[in-house]
Design a binder for this molecule. Structure first.
Ligand code: PMP
Length: 428
């Protein structure tokens, strides 16, 4: 494929934007080469500035669950825009989307909207600290909860791709309050809790990790965390920025039948516009300003365009009970197809999948945490990525990311992809 125009646009961007991008993983640093500049997208396809068509397995890192430029979402945004784009005052649509979200997600009474997943997680932790009157938090190596200071300790996603999981600029003071555990290792968490008795405000976790590739919770890990948190007066925060409204209507809480104390959302809840949210039961949410003393705010929070897109998206997901099954079936089909052709070509690999989240790791051993995710062969991944790109299939430009399946994918698209993997596998 030809990427002449993308290359030229990237060179131009590099002069005025650090690294040419507004979010690091877009720069292709993990895989080499020039990032692709998107011109437009529709359904399951991206169209780039050079006129190439790519089947999209990133889908804006999750939110385009029903496909790009999904008509009800586009219509809702266009209609809203004609009536003003921001007021910084209450609007009825904020209550409408809040009511719908509260009805779809188990175990929450109130929800507050923010502008990104980062804000949602940052605010959730502040709320947990304010509510429990404790300072320390536990996070898991390889989990990513946005780029606020407390979370840039062994963070996943782009932070891992670039080998900077601990960012300069995060003070020692902040870092010391973030304790790090290994995903799926309950004994490790218990030791930390024991060593920091009555000091831990919350444990934050991606209930299905998506930022070290896809890593499912194992051996009843989430249930064990729930029991531990309840016993120790620690709030359990599910970061459902990726899993929310994707794995099930009620996200991972519904899928695994486990109640978290605070739930964070992003991406899907905004239908592709910049939105995040955090939610909990009344006694926790009532601690937030203006009801309570924990401060949190935002000029553009609850922005009418974002709320219109989000309401349209959630309404579709709420009305189509089959969508989550369809997504899981398509992903399973892809999983089986890719596994078969990789096996046929004797490529050592492990595939992890939960619902419509899937990732391919180039290592034979099970991938259960960050240490095992990091063992994957990155050279093979780079060739795999560029090979697929050349065939017109776009996966995330990092081995530490998950593929997000969209309902817009047809079985022909999936067969095309499996065939592309087969061709690429012969070159690995
Ligand atoms: N939490 C998780 C689980 C995420 O995957 C992400 C982003 N990929 C975030 C938080 C941060 O969201 P945002 O990029 O919208 O700030």
């Amino acid at each position: 494929m030809n990427y002449t125009r993308s290359s030229a646009l990237f060179a131009q961007a590099e002069k005025v934007i650090p690294g040419g991008v507004n979010s690091p993983v877009r720069a292709f640093k993990g895989v080499g080469g020039t990032p692709i500049f998107v011109k437009e997208a529709k359904g399951a396809y991206l169209y780039d500035e050079d006129g190439n068509r790519l089947i999209d397995y990133i889908n804006s890192w999750g939110p385009m669950i029903l496909g790009h430029a999904y008509q009800p979402v586009v219509d809702a945004v266009v209609e809203k825009a004609k009536k003003g784009t921001s007021f910084g005052m209450p609007t009825e649509i904020e209550t409408q989307i809040a009511e719908l979200a509260v009805s779809m997600v188990p175990n929450i009474d109130k929800i507050r909207f923010v502008n990104s997943g980062t804000e949602a997680c940052m605010s959730a932790v502040r709320l947990a600290r304010g509510f429990t009157k404790k300072d320390k938090i536990i996070k898991f190596a390889g989990c990513y909860h946005g780029h606020s200071d407390s979370f840039l300790i062994q963070a996943g996603s782009g932070a891992s791709t670039f080998g900077t999981p601990n960012s300069p600029g995060v003070t020692q003071g902040t870092a010391k309050d973030t304790l790090l555990a290994a995903y799926n290792d309950i004994e490790n968490v218990k030791q930390l809790v024991e060593a920091n008795k009555n000091e831990i405000a919350c444990i934050i976790i991606e209930p299905v990790a998506g930022n070290m590739g896809c890593v499912p919770p194992q051996n009843d890990f989430l249930n064990k965390l729930r029991t531990l948190c309840t016993a120790e007066n620690i709030l359990l925060i599910f970061d459902e920025v990726m899993t929310g409204f994707r794995l099930a209507k009620g996200g991972a809480q519904e899928l695994f039948n486990i109640n978290a104390d605070i739930v964070c959302f992003g991406k899907v809840i905004g239908g592709g516009l910049p939105v995040g949210a955090f939610a909990a039961r009344n006694d926790i949410m009532n601690e937030l300003a203006p009801l309570g003393p924990v401060y949190q705010a935002g000029t553009l929070s609850g922005n009418p365009l974002a709320m219109a897109a989000g309401l349209a998206m959630l309404t579709e997901l709420n009305n189509d009970a089959e969508v989550f099954n369809r997504l899981a079936e398509k992903t399973e089909y892809l999983h089986k197809g890719i596994a078969k052709v990789l096996n046929d070509n004797h490529i050592v690999h492990t595939i992890n999948r939960v619902g419509s989240m899937i990732s391919v790791h180039f290592d034979a051993s099970p991938v259960v945490d960050f240490a095992t995710a990091a063992k994957g062969n990155n050279d093979t991944f780079k060739k795999f990525f560029h090979g697929l790109l050349n065939e017109g299939v776009y996966i995330a430009p990092s081995a530490f990311e998950t593929w997000f399946i969209t309902d817009a994918l047809s079985y022909e698209d999936l067969d095309f992809t499996i065939n592309a993997v087969n061709k690429v596998a012969k070159t690995l």
